[in-house]
Design a protein around this ligand. Structure first.
Ligand SMILES: Cc1cc2nc3c(=O)[nH]c(=O)nc-3n(C[C@H](O)[C@H](O)[C@H](O)COP(=O)(O)OP(=O)(O)OC[C@H]3O[C@@H](n4cnc5c(N)ncnc54)[C@H](O)[C@@H]3O)c2cc1C
Length: 469
């Protein structure tokens, strides 16, 4: 159960839309879809409505498990006819739990997982519910990659529409920069396409604007050749953590384009700080200087960095699905001065119990290449993404954990790049000003105009919402 003190479900229209569907209505939906429909009385209901964040426990009136664009269009029709709120589910990973709603209809794409690869053209076409494990397995069969997410069960489309930061960001840029086409079902049930030649404005919006404009049933992404990388984890503990943290900052600020890197700061049961650095190096050096510098920092207790396949690198970071309660909040920052690193270390120890942490992703290198921004995404010129990840299991800790994430984020604000957070990590309680700031005022205005064109009634509002102009 969610702690009633926190309204983490920021849908203003919630309440009057909570419905229970009759068996007849559910049967009507069942008979029209090629896919399946799960209702509250079905045995698999609890498994299918579950999402990554155990803090989110919602009971939809029906879950339409679609198998194609036609099913998605029918699901929209059904929702309209029965005045149901709509939620869209890909990989179910969004920490805000946007993929499920109380009393509404979930358009569930998790049965649509095919990924087709054209090795010669270096293009992959991913169905709307494909995960990164599906995607990487298919593209690596051709020795190709796109820069994606670091956890295999995350949805390809959900992540790409919000930006996309991962193991190859410095080398190749953001995931959304690689979107070259999409098949989209709009909320009025129309199936349309977006590419450089067709609805190019929509393509711009899909590159960072989230799931606001329609359900993407197929996404086309550019690929690059890559099979092996130097990667893994470097773990530091105790007094050396500060020095290792500074070295991470210094190495990444020098912006080596063949090294992507993220760090997680945490504490163990004895409240001793732990730092985990996850590098991904793709250059030609056998023993790159940057990795030597990181390795020689004091406090190193684990080093499994080695040359391995890209698929092995994609398994370095993993996390339990649906078991923990999560509350994430953060800022893109302009820089990481010593003062901020010390503040983060203090905040980490102040959390007082594992397993939460502070994650820092570097945005150096390729994200900065675009002269004219090819999409709506607004954070490419920030230096780092700093995210407070409160993670816990006991509902009695809701207040403590959520307060920690909020207060630690507020402490980072003086270094904030734009005042906005990362829409892929934001909870549902973020004010619209933070969403607007994430894009910048000009891009946000343009997104609002697009929203008016493609979803004028804001049917797709369970997301980091861009209200129609
Ligand atoms: C463990 C974990 C690891 C993560 N790792 C990364 C990472 O490495 N890099 C990164 O950038 N982000 C990462 N994220 C954040 C993640 O990219 C976003 O939360 C994203 O929204 C998840 O997409 P999903 O399909 O899995 O989630 P869902 O909860 O299923 O979907 C979230 C929202 O995305 C939209 N959406 C999803 N699919 C579609 C579709 N086919 N058409 C239209 N809209 C759609 C909808 O608005 C939906 O409500 C991670 C999150 C978690 C929990």
């Amino acid at each position: 159960m969610m702690n009633p003190k926190f309204n983490l479900d920021a849908d203003p229209q919630k309440g009057d839309k909570q419905k229970v569907l009759s068996d007849k209505s559910l049967d009507e939906l069942r008979s029209s879809l090629a896919g399946t429909v799960v209702g509250p009385a079905d045995a698999e209901y609890d498994a299918v409505r579950r999402c990554f964040n155990a803090l989110v426990d919602r009971r939809p009136a029906a879950i339409a498990r679609c198998v194609g664009a036609g099913d998605v269009a029918l699901a929209f029709d059904f929702a309209r006819a029965h005045e149901l709120e709509v939620a869209v589910r890909g990989g179910g990973h969004n920490p805000a739990g946007h993929c499920v709603c109380d009393g509404g209809l979930v358009i569930d794409l998790s049965l649509m997982r095919t990924v087709e690869v054209n090795g010669e053209a270096r293009i992959a076409r991913a169905d709307g519910g494909a995960t990164w494990l599906d995607f990487d397995s298919a593209t690596q069969a051709f020795g190709l990659v796109t820069p994606g997410g670091v956890v295999g069960s995350t949805g390809v489309v959900g992540l790409s529409l919000g930006g996309g930061i991962g193991h190859l960001t410095a080398q190749h840029g953001l995931t959304c920069d690689h979107i070259i086409g999409a098949e989209v079902v709009t909320s009025d049930g129309a199936v349309i396409h977006a590419s450089a030649d067709e609805n190019a404005d929509l393509l711009w919006g899909l590159r960072g604007g989230g799931g606001n404009f329609g359900v993407v049933t197929r996404l086309e992404l550019r690929l690059h050749p890559l099979e092996r990388v130097v990667g893994g984890r470097l773990v530091y503990r105790g007094a050396g953590v500060r020095e290792a943290f500074l070295r991470f900052r210094d190495v990444l600020t020098a912006a080596p384009r063949d090294l992507s890197c993220q760090v997680s700061l945490a504490i163990d049961e004895s409240l001793v700080p732990i730092l985990e650095i996850v590098p991904c190096y793709t250059g030609s050096e056998v023993d790159p200087e940057e990795l030597r510098t990181l390795r020689s920092a004091p406090g190193l207790i684990e080093d499994d960095v080695r040359r391995h396949t890209f698929l092995d690198q994609q398994r370095v970071i993993d996390t339990a699905y649906g078991e923990n309660r999560h509350y994430w909040k953060g800022h893109f920052v302009r820089e990481l001065p010593d003062e901020l690193l010390d503040e983060l270390l203090r905040r980490m120890v102040a959390l007082g119990r594992p397993p939460g942490g502070i994650m820092i992703e570097s945005l150096h290198g390729a994200p900065k290449d675009a002269d004219v921004p090819p999409g709506a995404v607004g954070f490419r010129h920030a230096a780092f993404n700093v995210s407070m990840l409160a993670v816990w299991q006991d509902p009695a800790l809701d207040a403590e954990q959520i307060d920690w994430a909020r207060e630690a984020t507020a402490a980072v604000e003086p270094w904030s790049f734009s005042g906005g957070g990362y829409i892929n990590y934001m909870q549902a309680d973020e004010p619209i000003e933070r969403v607007r700031a994430a894009f910048g005022a000009e891009a946000f205005d343009r997104l609002q105009m697009l929203k008016r064109q493609y979803d004028p009634h804001n049917i797709l509002r369970r997301n980091q919402n861009i209200p129609p102009l």
